[in-house]
Design a protein around this ligand. Sequence first.
Ligand SMILES: Nc1nc2c(ncn2[C@@H]2O[C@H](COP(=O)(O)OP(=O)(O)OP(=O)(O)O)[C@@H](O)[C@H]2O)c(=O)[nH]1
Ligand SMILES: [Mg+2]
Length: 358
Amino acid sequence: MGLFKFLKDKFGKNKDAKSSSLENAKEGGLAGVIEKNDQKSSDLSEQASLDKYDKGLEKSRKNFSSKLDALTKKYKQVNEDYFSELEEILIEADCGVSFALNIIEELLDESKAKKVTDPKEINEMLVDKMFFNYLKEGEDIKNEIDFSTVPRVLLVIGVNGVGKTTSIAKLANRYVKQGKKVVLVAADTFRAGAVEQLGIWAKRLGCDIVTGETNEDPASVAYKGVVYGKEHQADLIIIDTAGRLQNKTNLMNELGKITRVIKKEYYQPIECFLIIDATTGQNGVLQAKAFKDLINITGIVITKMDGTSKGGIILAIREELGIPVRFIGLGEKMEDLEEFDLDKYLYGLCSGLINDDE
Ligand SMILES: Nc1nc2c(ncn2[C@@H]2O[C@H](COP(=O)(O)OP(=O)(O)OP(=O)(O)O)[C@@H](O)[C@H]2O)c(=O)[nH]1
Ligand SMILES: [Mg+2]
């Protein structure tokens, strides 16, 4: 079975599972109710997560699926023009030129080999390819932070205004709810108000916060934060940094200094999340390239997915940088950060096509 059908079955089944577990719980005894309630709450949280993807990707889906749908209706049989229009749709969705070119080439070869001429079938092949091209062979991606050794240090970086501090608050919220002790470190000593902004979140979430003086060297604040977190048995130490444009050499070099100083006190690998604003399109890919040259990025958090109609950026980043997207911001609220899930993402982006396929 192709991924296209698999997604339809998987997420369709989910809805059935929810109602049947609710119904069974009504009928069963106490043990049955407890068991069914466990099942029910996991079904419901899975459904809630899927709903967030669905809502957050609404603009992208409308844009992408409606264009593909129009293309499918325009051509009864695929030809060269069809493929060049399809390529354009992929590029316009911010999937990146190299991703688009590669996937079109593969589709051309495969459709010729299998003698497929129906554009609906090509859509199915396209969704399959989007999936398999994301997964690099032999790679086992773990999105969640690994707490097998604690504390973990997470450095959060990115250009100005992409959503670093908000994503930190969302991540802290996620892990506090899982019972982890989270310490926030305000190493953005550059922008007026940055420390206060993180302070408000720390108070709201009940996390300790380590701050420095105005204009104190951010590396020194980061160091203090790591020492504090170790002394206070933190599970996770999250370091907020100033927004820095990728072409400002001094600010970029500062990142190297921050990691060097942390390593004097912390000997485990540092988690480093680069935050990318989905609404910046291909500029986000350029930012990621510049940061990657300087620092070991262990994951990407894509923010503001709800604000763009070009949700393909995740595919472009994966194609061009090979760095996994670990979390995805699907709204402004605290709960609107989800672990990245390729199935839900592709379903969110393409469900218009998938559900059309009745
Ligand atoms: N809609 C939406 N808005 C978001 C999301 N993530 C962040 N934002 C908004 O983006 C704006 C900037 O967020 P910040 O967290 O302050 O960004 P920053 O990267 O820390 O900014 P600087 O520290 O100034 O570089 C805020 O208005 C956030 O509410 C998201 O996933 N969806
Ligand atoms: Mg900030």
